[in-house]
Design a binder for this molecule. Structure first.
Ligand code: PLP
Length: 246
């Protein structure tokens, strides 16, 4: 193993250890937290090193870049590929065709497009619904900043739940970037409450379940785990700074 692969393996292991201790700190079983290693903008050699280190789930933001990586090493590696960033409608087919899981479903229109292509491909895609719990205009996700207005979301979410080739598995959020870890905790708690509202409201829809919560990045995954995250999305802490010019 070369130095790069060794360094990544060490950081990957450290991250798994800190995930386990964050889980222990709130008496959770560490098996209930899955680590998504975010490899967006990273070259193939880094992705390969991550797989060699033992990563089971890789997260990508840009569909074309993800597809290139999936085709280069996805089939032999036995890893799951998760799309975690905003998806433009015209990229819906790439998601339906190539990815194993979508964290960032953020509109009914996108849901319908992905469902359409998934139907053609005879696939069923597990998805999370993304919510903007922090009232930031720049963020994607259904607007869920004001709890008094959560019920206004029911009609659209109901329509998403009725799409036969999507399987809703839970919720995802990205807290505002400039806040500290304790402020992130507040947003994670809010997403958990929103999940509980949906689970109750849609308890009759037995094709959906609400078990997964995708919350936490390099900056705040330990706090996210304390608040119930089941999927943490960790990039820079394991693979270093993003490489936008490659
Ligand atoms: C890039 C990205 C991450 C990873 O962030 P790091 O700070 O590198 O851990 C997680 N989630 C989403 C949606 C991202 O776009």
């Amino acid at each position: 193993m070369d130095d790069l692969a060794k360094a990544i393996k060490e950081k990957y292991q450290q991250t798994l250890d800190s995930i386990a201790s964050a889980a222990r700190s709130v008496s959770r079983d560490s098996d209930t937290v899955k680590l998504v290693v975010v490899t967006k903008t990273q070259p193939l050699e880094i992705v390969q090193a991550v797989v060699q280190a033992g990563a089971k789930i890789l997260g990508e933001n840009y569909p074309e870049e993800g597809v290139m990586k999936i085709q280069s090493l996805g089939f032999q590696s036995g890893v799951e590929w998760h799309q975690i960033g905003h998806v433009q409608s015209r990229k819906a087919k790439l998601i339906a065709e190539h990815f194993n899981f979508l964290h960032s479903l953020d509109s009914l229109k996108l849901a319908q497009k992905i469902n359409h292509f998934a139907t053609e491909l005879n696939r069923s895609l597990p998805v999370l619904l993304e919510f903007n719990v922090g009232a930031e205009l720049s963020k994607s996700g259904w607007d869920a900043a004001r709890e008094e207005q959560w019920q206004d979301l029911f009609i659209e979410i109901d329509a998403v739940l009725d799409l036969p080739h999507l399987q809703v598995r839970g919720l995802m959020c990205m807290p505002p970037l400039d806040v500290d870890v304790e402020a992130s905790r507040f947003y994670f708690q809010k997403l958990v409450r929103l999940r509980d509202v949906f689970a109750k409201r849609f308890s009759q829809k037995n094709t959906a379940n609400w078990d997964e919560l995708s919350m936490g990045t390099s900056a705040d995954y330990e706090v996210a785990i304390q608040e119930g995250s089941t999927l943490v999305r960790v990039g820079t802490k394991i693979v270093g700074a993003r490489q936008y010019n490659k």
